[in-house]
Design a binder for this molecule. Structure first.
Ligand SMILES: [Zn+2]
Length: 295
């Protein structure tokens, strides 16, 4: 499932493709794709120029000129955004919405994301297709451009202290707090949590309320560093997951994972442990992540 890194890659690439263009049409062909938004407010976004595309947690936020709302895109389990020539047929039936984008007046558009290196922005009209076989993903109108989640992983408001305060007296495992998108921090999914906890030396099943601020700080620093490294190589594409970037390319950060989706720890070769924490599977190394470490 796409997490902060993959969503940041998709948002940077969509910015590269869409910024400066008019959203000329937005046909939606599956009702589930817009289940949380009304068609009138969605239609009001059509005809406006895209000013910026950014990520907030696992949301891709498309800001539009003169609109008091943004277009939110959530990929959830299996969503993909794919660039295509307008009108060309798609090889399968899983495209449920299309962002039709008009021609661009200026072929040179600055970008500083490594996710866009070597990519030439198309000048003619272009389509970005929302493909989603499992239909958990969605398009949603976001009033005032605000994603309905906690502050983003890279938001300076998120600190070791803010996470420590949030987790106070909570008995749930630390991984459950990291995965909660509505409180604390948004964007951390299963692999970022497993990898950040491994790098920080913290057991994912440790009661969240017992961790010192210094431990939360170390987890946060690790999660941000791992996300940056993952973004640089296009994110994580595991065998059973469908993440690809806007040009259909898988990410290669899976080769750098230390414990997530691994039978043994890449750092010390100890067989990894696995348990369900907060409804999701956690994987960790009992040697690198000491069960009693709290600071
Ligand atoms: Zn280890």
């Amino acid at each position: 499932m796409p997490e902060a890194a993959e969503v940041a890659v998709a948002a940077a690439q969509l910015h590269q493709v869409a910024a400066g263009r008019e959203l000329s049409a937005l046909p939606v062909t599956h009702p589930r794709t817009v289940r949380h938004t009304d068609p009138v407010s969605l239609a009001a976004l059509v005809g406006r120029r895209v000013t910026r595309v950014r990520s907030h947690g696992k949301w891709i936020v498309v800001d539009l000129d003169g609109a008091d709302a943004a277009l939110g895109i959530h990929l959830r389990m299996s969503g993909q955004l794919l660039v295509a020539e307008p009108g060309t047929p798609h090889p399968d039936r899983h495209v449920h919405a299309t962002l039709a984008l008009g021609p661009h007046p200026d072929p040179f558009w600055p970008t500083d994301s490594p996710a866009c290196e070597g990519i030439r922005r198309p000048e003619r009209a272009v389509e970005v297709r929302f493909r989603d076989p499992r239909t958990f993903g969605e398009l949603r109108v976001l009033p005032h451009g605000v994603a309905p989640v906690a502050p983003d992983l890279f938001d300076p408001a998120v600190t070791g202290s803010s996470l420590h305060a949030l987790a106070a007296r909570r008995r749930v495992g630390v991984k459950a707090v990291l995965l909660d998108q509505t409180q604390g921090v948004a964007g951390i999914g299963s692999y970022l949590a497993d990898e950040a906890l491994h790098r920080a030396g913290i057991d994912p099943t440790a009661p969240a309320g017992e961790l010192a601020t210094s431990a939360w700080e170390r987890i946060l620093v690790a999660a941000r560093a791992i996300a940056v490294d993952s973004i640089a190589v296009g994110g994580v594409t595991l065998e059973d997951e469908g993440w690809v970037d806007l040009w259909g390319r898988p990410g290669t950060y899976a080769a750098q994972l230390q414990v997530h989706a691994r039978a043994t720890c890449a750092a010390c070769d100890t067989p990894t442990s696995s348990a369900v924490v907060g409804g999701r599977r956690a994987r960790w190394c009992r040697r690198c992540q000491h069960p009693r470490r709290r600071r």
